[in-house]
Design a protein around this ligand. Structure first.
Ligand SMILES: [Cu+2]
Length: 932
């Protein structure tokens, strides 16, 4: 609806410009009619034109009025009070001045005898300003309205509008003067009036030259001033305190004040043996999709997508990024994981870009559970498009062990081209597993673990999706991929209780976690699973920071962080729960407790390497089985009875080819009826609002942006849609009949499941889109719409044409500006912050706040009253107003930008800045840092 209205407010003036121009020309040429009957007829036609012109003017005004009825003033005040009157006034003049005069003229003309020449008086009246000027003014006004609508962005600046409005008023006046003179001249002249087309053409040409003379220098100036500075730190935008206390922030290093801390000091634990180590090497590679199409990709470890990183909550993770040959540099941002600021991987904000031959090590504790992804945040628009990204999955500490993942490899993929894809140059396939095993991941200790592997196992399982899917059908090959894992189940050594407790605890937060999950997800699963799922990230995510962050005052960070890690025992489940439930206050305390499961000592946990290897054997087995009979296979791997089949569905557009991972076809898997299935949907494409249609089964959306949904309801014939960066986990128990996940409603791209991997694709019915606003059951949250907020910010998104960094483009503005002139939201650690996001523009914007999870409070004034909806990437559609809230519990300098990376690249980026934090890095043309 909104887009329709806005389209009208743009389209109507454009139409009016054309029609008004024609009518204006006709009006001024009325005097050249030559005879009374012809002038009589033309006068009538001009009245008809007035009717015609009324339509677009009315449409424009009606659209503004309708906007007023349904939307906040920011959506319509300029449209209603400035733009609509600019066309309505000349139209009124046409109706109330020109039309009466035309009628009088017609009366006068009807008194003429046939053949009688027109008198000078009549000619003077036919050219009077009252008849001609309104039509011409309408055309000029329409042009001005169109131009204004295209180049101005909310919040509306009355001063900015003042100049164009003044110009339009001058034009109206000038038209009046001009036509008065002309008409007088005509009235006194004795010679017959004749049209001199060349004169009007010359006049038009002159006017065009004049306009160009004004516009060109202005455009040049706009372009010159749009260039990014050679060096600028990210904190250069105007500070916005959100109505709260003014906070100090210093620029650059030199300003270091006592009590301040550098972004670079806000690291994860720098000491300690990591539970898992990964190495991701950024390199160019020609990679083949399952269809055989080749992609000139930028890869991590030679694969597209990069290897899936799978870890357990509470683990200390160390990832080393090595840039082999990406000339423009690379970084890794952990999308949705609320890591300490210095680990956030944003070039120019939290680190310098890693140039070819360089490396950078990230260390953080995986505090949240769920589905995330990672990608380069250096030249991110290009880097993500070309493949520098991968999935990151955090399994609940407890459940991970239990879950058995299926070996992906196991699954058959009939469709896949036989050998799977080998990457031409080098890298073999996409099997992530392989990759892992081989190159990438190094494990710290050889430890494999016993039970622990689960984690790894888990990892394995997933691979299936992306890359693997691709993988081979053949048994032989299979092993590689598949891998895996399985093992695991063995481990399950813990108590449910513990698990349960853990879960509760972890979720950071507050409550969210606690109560919730239990029921949630999958039903069938063993308790473990349930528990696990329960745990939710959202809150948990937050916590971590609290723990570390808050306390952390400059300087101490490290220690603090470390502290988080410690393991605890939580007493009784109940207690734990309660505590969490209580809210914010409990946060800090809990946080610490929250994660480390006592039973899973860090050291033990597996490494990928380990996995890679381990699995191998098993794989083989698995594979064989698989081929022969899916079931067996499955059960084999799934030691834990409850094994869940876990698919990561990471959709991407490679050039012009849509794919799931590197598989641009349908992947078939055999899944036994009754098996719990989880599909982790991740959309990585700019501009694409991807839809995922699951047919053949009812399902639940059990997690949004990694966070579990509380008591998700069953859905059927509902499609879920994601814009870039967002994630949904879909879960269901495998029915007897085939299930198909279609990407984009296509029958040639998706995941097909059936007991034997064979069968016809189910028909795809018409589907409504999933809406999280009222989905699931509500439960207590650490804060809500009724909380008292320390700061409330308005983020008004709009679009306009203009220059950005020297390029004329459609600009997507935040509070009227593009980076580096966008405001910077200033907060103090511990603040409860509300942001009202208004999308006045014509397209979707997936807004991504780094380092925090926000709770959605309302959309368009309608409360989010289902499950607490925690988000890190909120799709804000045109005409939507969201209110979201978060606790400022993770000190640092955080990007807040549109994850349509083309928009971000054109300046749709701003920052959240904590009091006392110093930004040691810079961006700009003279630096190596180009985060977008
Ligand atoms: Cu955007």
């Amino acid at each position: 609806m909104y887009s329709l209205f806005v389209g009208l407010t743009l389209g109507a003036p454009f139409l009016l410009l054309v029609l008004g121009w024609i009518a204006g020309t006709k009006a001024s040429r009325l005097v050249y009619s030559g005879s009374a009957p012809r002038m009589h007829r033309k006068a009538r036609k001009l009245i008809t034109w007035t009717f015609i012109l009324t339509l677009p003017v009315a449409a424009q005004a009606a659209a503004a009025a309708l906007l007023m009825q349904q939307f906040d003033p920011v959506y319509w005040q300029d449209r209603l009070f400035i733009l609509a009157p600019m066309t309505a006034l000349p139209l009124l003049a046409a109706w109330f001045v020109a039309v009466p005069k035309l009628l009088m003229l017609r009366r006068e003309l009807s008194r003429y005898e046939e053949e009688t020449p027109l008198t000078s008086e009549t000619l003077g009246r036919a050219s009077q300003p009252g008849i001609v000027a309104p039509f011409q003014a309408l055309a000029w006004s329409a042009a001005a309205v169109f131009l204004l609508a295209m180049t101005m962005a909310a919040p509306f600046d009355w001063l900015d509008a003042g100049i164009p409005v003044a110009v339009v008023l001058l034009v109206w006046y000038g038209l009046g003067v001009k036509h008065r003179r002309r008409s007088r001249k005509i009235a006194v002249t004795e010679t017959p009036v004749v049209s001199r087309p060349w004169r009007s053409a010359a006049a038009g040409f002159g006017a065009a030259i004049l306009l160009a003379a004004i516009a060109v220098p202005l455009g040049y100036l706009a372009r010159e001033t749009s260039f990014l500075p050679a060096t600028v730190d990210m904190t250069s935008g105007p500070a916005d305190f959100g109505g709260g206390a003014t906070l100090a922030h210093a620029h650059g290093v030199e300003a270091a004040a006592p009590g301040s801390v550098f972004v670079s000091d806000l690291t994860g634990p720098r000491e300690g043996e990591p539970d898992q180590r990964f190495t991701l090497t950024a390199e160019k590679k020609t990679v083949r999709l399952s269809s055989g199409k080749s992609v000139e990709a930028w890869t991590f470890n030679g694969q597209i997508p990069g290897p899936q990183l799978r870890m357990k909550q509470g683990e200390l993770i160390e990832v080393t990024l090595v840039n082999k040959d990406i000339e423009g540099g690379a970084t890794i941002h952990w999308h949705g994981l609320d890591v300490p600021n210095a680990e956030d991987g944003v070039a120019g904000a939290t680190q310098n870009a890693v140039m070819p031959g360089e490396s950078h090590t990230y260390r953080f504790i995986a505090e949240q559970t769920g589905t995330y992804w990672y990608h380069s945040h250096q030249h991110s628009r290009e880097a993500v498009a070309k493949g520098l990204f991968g999935a990151l999955i955090v399994d609940p500490a407890a459940s991970a062990d239990m879950d058995v993942q299926e070996p992906d490899g196991a699954t058959d993929m009939n469709d896949v081209p036989g050998g799977a894809e080998e990457v031409p140059g080098t890298e073999p396939n996409e099997n992530s597993d392989d990759a892992f095993a081989t190159d990438t991941i190094t494990t710290p200790n050889g430890t494999t673990d016993n039970g622990t592997n689960a984690a790894s196992g888990a990892a394995t399982s997933e691979p299936a999706l992306p890359a693997e899917g691709t993988a081979p059908t053949d048994a032989t090959e299979a092993p590689a991929d598949g891998i895996a894992d399985h093992e695991t189940g063995s481990d399950a050594d813990f108590d449910l209780d513990e698990e349960g407790l853990l879960d509760l605890a972890r979720p950071k937060t507050e409550d969210a976690s606690a109560g919730t999950q239990p029921e949630a997800p999958n039903t069938t699963d063993s308790k473990d699973d349930g528990a696990a799922r329960t745990t939710n990230p959202p809150s948990s995510a937050l916590q971590p920071k609290d723990a570390g962050g808050l306390q952390t005052k400059p300087g101490t960070t490290q220690d603090q962080l470390e502290t988080k890690t410690p393991s605890f025992d939580i007493g009784s489940g109940d207690d734990a729960t309660l505590a969490l439930a209580n809210g914010p206050s409990s946060d800090d305390g809990f946080t610490l407790a929250a994660y480390q499961p006592s039973f899973a000592p860090k050291g033990e946990v597996n490494t990928l390497a380990a996995e890679g290897t381990t699995p191998a054997d098993s794989l083989q087995d698995g594979t064989d089985d698989a081929n022969s009979e899916g079931d067996t296979l499955f059960s084999a791997n799934a030691v834990a009875i409850e094994g869940e089949r876990d698919f990561t569905v990471m959709t991407h557009l490679w050039g012009s080819t849509f794919a799931i991972g590197a598989n641009d076809g349908v992947q078939r898997f055999d899944v036994q009826p009754g098996t719990p299935v989880r599909m982790r949907l991740i959309n990585t494409d700019d501009w694409v609002r991807q839809s995922y249609m699951l047919t053949g089964t009812a399902f639940q959306v059990s997690a949004i942006d990694g966070t579990n949904v509380n008591d998700p309801g069953e859905l059927r014939d509902v499609k879920v849609t994601l814009t870039t960066g967002g994630r949904y986990d879909l879960t269901f128990d495998m029915p007897e009949d085939p299930v198909f996940l279609s990407v984009g409603g296509r029958k040639d791209l998706g995941i097909f499941l059936s007991p034997d991997g064979k069968g016809d694709l189910p028909a795809i019915p018409e589907m409504e889109a999933f809406d999280p606003l009222h989905y699931g059951q509500s439960m207590a949250t650490p804060f809500d719409a009724s909380s008292t907020f320390d700061r409330s910010f308005d983020m008004i998104i709009d679009n306009k044409l203009g220059f950005y960094n020297g390029v004329f483009n459609q600009l997507y503005t935040m509070n009227g500006a593009v980076f580096p002139n966008t405001p910077m939201y200033m907060v103090r650690e511990g603040d409860l912050v509300k942001i009202k996001i208004v999308n006045r523009s014509m397209v979707d914007h997936p807004m991504h706040l780094h380092g925090h999870h926000a709770l959605v409070l309302s959309r368009n004034g309608e409360a989010a009253d289902g499950s607490p909806w925690w988000t890190d990437t909120l799709d804000v559609q045109p005409g939507e107003t969201y209110e979201i809230a978060f606790r400022a519990d993770n000190p640092g300098l955080w990007m807040d930008h549109c994850h349509n990376l083309q928009h971000a690249e054109a300046g749709m980026s701003m920052h959240l800045m904590y009091e006392g934090v110093l930004a040691p890095y810079t961006v700009g043309s003279a630096t190596q840092n180009h985060p977008e």
